[in-house]
Write a protein that binds this ligand. Structure first.
Ligand code: HEM
Length: 376
């Protein structure tokens, strides 16, 4: 039986298992915990699965496959992850945090990116892109958006230790003294039909927004730059025409899903069909987003990295009722940071051969530990 997540044969080569995987719609895999789940492989099946009412994201129920031996990422507190409660919360969160909240933020993202790139230009070479750009940019943006004061950011430096206590305290301070930020907006959001977020729901969403809001985007940004620098023809195209940046960002998202799809784990509450195959009630399933993005039925020659590809939407932000809340922010950060970096450093290149880059040995994040770059 295949083990999941799949290993990357080199820092930029996709796992070999992704090729040919689509012959079967539901492939049994062993997870890091030793438990078994069905990996859902095809683009259209994954879209259907993630909108199926008989597929649950409640991982607190008995019988759900454990992701890792300690199952540290499974805990969901007492916040319902399924409709109708989740639908109600998403509507409220959506009222407080829409694309409209992000658009006015673009000049701010640009200003912070410029400031960080100034510092990088003055720094000794090689510089680590993670430390100089990707993490500081995404951490500062999510903190400014949520209203986390700059001098309190150490409280959540370790993503393995969710800062519930800190967040509870911050929410109380915002309640007493609301400001123009997302946590205040989440506190104040109210709807005749949906009511407001309860204290526990507020704590959950604020903490998840904070934690989901930087690690993924930072990893995606560094990984994107590695991919571009190791594909000189595509890099040259992009440098010649910055109007290609939004499309290039979509292709970068398609080509390299930074997190494994382990946290996409779902539980099947009634017998369902996936690609003509019966998936019985009680199965644990993993909609493998990286596999969807490499499905030849959805993307012609999926192994070709082509920033002018266009066409189908990649599934890296998921789809359906849990579709990534932060997608507009992540897209804006990626577009602005990549465009600014390339413009500012025309001679940018990796300081080491691409094979010498190291990935984190983590079941959830397969991101680069550091990305040393030089420029002339
Ligand atoms: C490139 C960066 C990012 C990627 C690849 C990504 C990916 C995803 C995916 C795949 C999901 C769906 C999970 C599921 O269906 O089980 C998700 C959900 C979520 N994301 Fe993101 N994300 C990114 C950035 C962000 C940012 C910047 C934020 C915060 C501003 C954020 C906040 C969330 C939240 C709160 C959810 C849960 C939504 C729900 O359960 O209804 N993400 N993300």
């Amino acid at each position: 039986m295949l083990t999941y997540p799949f290993a990357w044969p080199s820092p930029v080569d996709q796992p070999a298992e992704l090729t040919g995987l689509h012959d079967e719609p539901a492939v049994p895999v062993t997870l890091p915990s030793g438990d078994t789940a069905l990996l859902i492989t095809r683009y259209e099946d994954i879209r259907a699965l993630l909108t199926n009412p008989h597929v649950s994201k409640n991982r607190n129920r008995p019988g759900v496959a454990r992701m890792t031996a300690d199952n540290s990422r499974a805990f969901q507190r007492q916040v319902a992850m399924d409709p109708p409660e989740h639908t109600r919360m998403r509507r409220l969160v959506g009222k407080a945090f829409s694309a409209n909240r992000i658009e006015p933020f673009r000049p701010r993202i640009q200003a912070i990116a410029d400031e960080l790139l100034d510092q990088m230009a003055a720094a000794p070479q090689p510089a680590d892109l993670n430390a100089m750009l990707s993490y500081p940019l995404t951490i500062r943006m999510i903190c400014e958006l949520l209203g986390v004061p700059a001098d309190e950011r150490d409280n959540f430096a370790d993503p393995a230790k969710p800062p519930w206590g800190y967040m509870r305290d911050l929410i109380e301070r915002k309640r007493a003294d609301p400001a123009d930020d997302l946590i205040s907006a989440l506190i104040l959001v109210h709807d005749a039909e949906d009511g407001s977020l309860s204290d526990e729901e507020l704590l959950w969403w604020s903490t998840v927004l904070l934690l989901a809001g930087y690690d993924t985007s930072a990893s995606q940004l560094s990984g994107s730059v590695v991919l571009l620098l190791s594909h000189p023809d595509q890099l040259a195209l992009l440098r010649a025409d910055p109007a290609l940046v939004p499309g290039a960002v979509e292709e970068l998202l398609r080509y390299q899903v930074v997190g494994a799809s382990l946290t996409m784990l779902r539980y099947v509450t009634e017998d369902i069909e996936v690609g003509g195959v019966l998936v019985p009630k009680g199965s644990s399933v993993i909609p493998a987003l990286e596999s969807a993005n490499f499905d030849p039925a959805a993307f012609e020659c999926p192994a070709r990295f082509d920033i002018e590809r266009g066409g189908r939407q990649q599934l890296t932000f998921g789809t359906g009722r849990h579709f990534c809340v932060g997608a507009p922010l992540a897209r804006a950060e990626l577009q602005i940071a990549i465009a600014s970096l390339l413009e500012r450093f025309p001679g940018l290149r990796l300081a080491v051969p691409v094979d010498a880059l190291r990935r984190k040995d983590d079941a959830f994040f397969q991101t680069f530990t550091s990305v040393p770059v030089v420029w002339s």
